[in-house]
Design a protein. Sequence first.
Lengths: 317, 423
Amino acid sequence: MTSAPAAPARTAGETSPGRPAPVRRRKRLRQALTGWAFSAPFTVLFVVFMALPVVVSLVMSFTDLRSTDLRNPLAVNFLGIDNYARLFSDRLFLRSAVNTLVFVAVGVPLTMVLALAAATGLNSGLVRFRTLFRVGFYLPVVTSIVAIAVVWRFLLDPEIGLVNNLLRLVGVDGPSWLYDTRLALPSLIVMAAWRNFGFLMVIFLAGLQAVPADLYEAATLDGATRWQQFRNVTLPMLRPTLLFGGVVTGVGYLQLFEEPFVMTQGGPLSSTLSVSFHIYNQFGFGNYGYAAAASYVLFLAIVALSAVQFRLLRERS
Amino acid sequence: MRSTRLATAAAMVLAASVALAGCGRDSGGGQDEAKSVGGGKASGEITVWAMGAEGEKLGEFAKEFSTENPDAKVTVTAVPWDAAHQKLASAIAAKQTPDVSMIGTTWQGEFAKTGALDPTPPDLIKKEDFFPGAWDTTIVDDTSYGVPWYVETRLIFYRKDLAARAGFPDGPKSWDDLKAMAKGMKDKAGAKWGINLQPPTKTGSWQSVLPFAWSNGAEVASADKLNFDTPETAEALRYYQSFFTEGLAPTALPEGSMEPGFVKGEIGAFISGPWHMGIVEEQGGPGFKDKYAVARMPMKKSSTSFIGGSSLAVFKDAKNRDGAWKFVQWLSKPEVQVKWYQAVKDLPAVQSAWDDQTLSGDTYLATFGEQLDSAKAPPAIPTWEQIASVVDTEIEKLCKKNADPAATAKAIQEQASAIGTGS
């Protein structure tokens, strides 16, 4: 056995000076092997199911792989950055990018404001029915988007919808929300904010409850109003929570897909087509290479947005 | 540490891309020879995938085939329509296909081009038995890769009472008739809308628009040429648009409100396929069948509608190729096609099946049968779905934003030729 001479040395500890070099090297190797053996289950799974597909999809985005190449996926042409260049002259892609940016730029602040308002309300007043409200606001988050879509399509129906019937009560002739190019995207933004703010509300509520009560006490003694307290105590203390909420919501909204998919199919006139939806369509058309390129552009946008948010909301030292 | 990891990743990407760049696509296609099928009865297990109602009913229906061929066993797997395309694509990539699958006509080009489908053996299946428009949907690179199973085509559905008051008791015959009827229904008969035309909801409006272009003599698309930008197409688009600009057709009808509108007499007419007979008769209740009628697509240079439906294809990787083709041939027998119509209401793709009293005795169905003789399908090219979505998008602009018809034809052609025919 080759390991036999090394065995007694183990008790002496690593730094024993008199040991010959080959033994030490062999011991290192053994340790490394043991380490790898222990992490092998994770490493193998990670490489096979995460790293490899990511690398393959990245390579795919530089080729003209189409669904007709399914039986022979290696026989494709290498295009370089042609797919990426084509994306930025694709009118539908640009349109979907603008739609998605509008959705994020309006939707994220709206959702956060709603969530913060609800969380503050629950945290200070409304003590009696707190659980009820918490469940009520959280319910849309756990409800299937398909069920929500059915209900909202009823609400927004131009003829029999609740929204337009209420508008009719005050003498306004409501528009056909989802079939109007100017109103379809705003309608989806409102719906998404309604659907998602419950999740942030729970997070913010936890953040609010972690703010030490003596800070408010001190602020009250200093004569600060409620608004000043909110502005100068709550918000700064909540900064990390807000950052988390902003990043999570932003990343989610950049991948906007379900709402237009179930509500408008990207219409009317592509006014609710999102980048994810466009990618989905391209995969459906069998343009795998092109769709993969679009996915990587979306991925970079998500990274960029997260970086910006981290920078903006980072703790000021 | 970080730089080594980056370097490794870069090396992997580089290696993979070098490997890929070395391959390149070989110019395949067209070398497929149809092989003949052995004689005698079918034997062994035949695995079949089918979608929707067909998938649910085919297993039971195929028992008769097993009675005729005692050694054969047909195993049907029902696949939901939503997942079918993906499932077939995965099966082809993994070379784990069933022996036979039902295939949507617009998928034919894509799947045939992968080289996964077996060419139709001409000694077993006769081209002349089928509607020519249906047979064309199976042709890729001049070779047939499947057999039409059932078909559907589009007709004008109209309310008889409103049409009579509008002065067209026998329905519209020509383009001018259709326009005048829609106008009369709105002005004289009190309908809110003379006709409903796609797109209030966008998807698939090309299926309503292309028939008008075809009826006007436009070729539009063939296997190797896309030709949307012609005066004939532009004229058809202008005609189609005029229903919207003259306020005869709604631009923003919510999904699902067309059928109730038709039943109530608010919408005088619409264009759709045979499934809508069942829908309006159910919503209209007893007696509604006498209140509406169907008419062939109005005449211009011809009366040409759209033909859709599904085909049956046998895969090259089939384990039981002979049995598979024999099962497909059995499903294409006229008497079996009639029975299949009785089981699931799928219209037969085999012409002689229409001589049966079940179909020819019903005036509504007979009209569908007449229309099928001349109905056309888009070419079976792998890029058709993508081109169709371009057509849908541009049609929507034409109808809702009042885009210029000639410019629309041009815009469709520009984008379609950028997509190409995928050959």
